[in-house]
Design a protein around this ligand. Structure first.
Ligand code: GLY
Ligand code: MN
Length: 361
């Protein structure tokens, strides 16, 4: 991360300090620490006062932090993170009120209050709101994460064999991503056959049959940024209901993607996909149609029937409708899309006219 980029982010955050009448913030959320400092490790906080920033970390991470955080003063803690923050604040006597993220646990807030005798303001989404609009560098990272995921999936598909388990598939996918210097963005969801109706199924011992279906929902990480995509495909022959449901999900996804543009309501995006399925006899999915992604796999904005707000240019979002019939099958298709001033751009590889991919192994 360049020093210039961090400085831009700190300038945007400083404007929020003014709005919230605070002098700075203690950042305890790992992804927010990464966003403001460039640090990709864990168990560390950032302290921001005006436009100055400290990374509070421990000896496991100091060397890494020196390369990752050109704009930060790095503190290798001797005591707790809260005590190290308190030491800095004692030297900065003009600081009166500090923001604390509402995502901090009660235990973390208790330890902050114990050691830092200042006024606090609980704030919600101060940094998350900045994170929702992606810079060009961030988009490049999401695209790269998507390409790693594509290449890894292609490789696993080439090695698929009747008799392999869902767990084998997930492990092979993890290994393919590792070979590409990446890791899984989250625990891969791999479902054979009827397990596909379990939206977040944990891959298990179910073996692949000669005629079967596969739903795989996974992503890779590149420089901290995540991709998230779902593909459903068939092995051998597929029945007519499954093929019809697949076409319906593809049409629902296309309807939502077509609508994506700055200013469109999140609810309208959700409805566009859901309405296509409502017109058929297939059941309408219970989850949201999509979500933002970046340093976290799920971040603002969220598209659902109860969503409030509108799309903004620079947001990276998923669109992932599905049809799930317990005991029979599940189908979901998911791609990552960038909202642009002119409309949108699909970031993940996708076919022009989505068709059920039938693989013979
Ligand atoms: N793609 C899985 C999820 O968004 O929950
Ligand atoms: Mn998703």
């Amino acid at each position: 991360m360049t020093e210039q980029l961090i400085k831009q982010r700190l300038a945007s955050l400083a404007a929020k300090f003014k709005e919230n009448q605070v002098d700075g913030i203690i950042v305890t959320s790992t992804s927010n620490v990464s966003y403001l400092t460039g640090f990709m490790g864990h168990d560390s906080w950032a302290l921001v006062l005006g436009r100055r920033i400290w990374l509070l970390t421990d000896s496991r991470y100091t060397e890494q932090a020196k390369t990752e955080c050109p704009a930060c003063k790095i503190i290798q803690r001797k005591k707790t993170l809260a005590e190290e923050a308190a030491k800095i604040l004692k030297r900065n006597k003009s600081v009166n009120k500090l923001a604390v993220e509402d995502t901090a646990t009660l235990a973390v807030f208790a330890i902050i209050k114990k050691h830092i005798k200042l006024k606090f303001k609980k704030t919600s989404g101060l940094i998350e709101t900045l994170r929702t609009i992606k810079s060009d560098d961030e988009i490049v990272n999401i695209v790269k994460a998507s390409k790693i995921a594509d290449a890894s999936l292609d490789q696993v598909i080439a090695q698929m064999r009747v008799g392999m388990t869902e767990s084998d598939f997930a492990g092979m996918l993890d290994y393919e991503m590792r070979k590409r210097n990446s890791i899984a963005a989250f625990d891969a969801i791999v479902c054979f056959g009827s397990n596909g109706s379990r939206n977040h199924h944990f891959p298990g011992p179910r073996k692949l049959k000669k005629n079967d279906t596969v739903l795989v929902d996974f992503g890779a990480v590149y420089k901290g940024y995540r991709s998230d995509k779902t593909r459903t495909f068939a092995v051998g022959k597929v029945n007519k209901t499954f093929a019809k449901a697949y076409e319906t999900v593809a049409a629902a996804q296309a309807a939502a993607i077509d609508l994506i543009a700055e200013g469109v309501t999140l609810k309208d995006i959700d409805n566009a996909a859901r309405d296509v399925i409502k017109e058929t006899l297939f059941p309408v999915y219970g989850h949201g149609t999509g979500h933002g992604l970046g340093l976290d796999i799920h971040e603002q904005p969220f598209m659902s029937p109860i969503a409030k707000g509108k799309l903004k240019a620079g947001q990276a979002i998923t669109v992932e409708p599905g049809i799930y019939i317990p005991g029979k099958f599940g189908i979901r298709i998911e791609d990552d899309i960038l909202v642009t001033p002119a409309g949108h751009k699909i970031l993940t590889r996708t076919k022009k006219s989505p068709e059920l991919k039938i693989i013979t192994i």
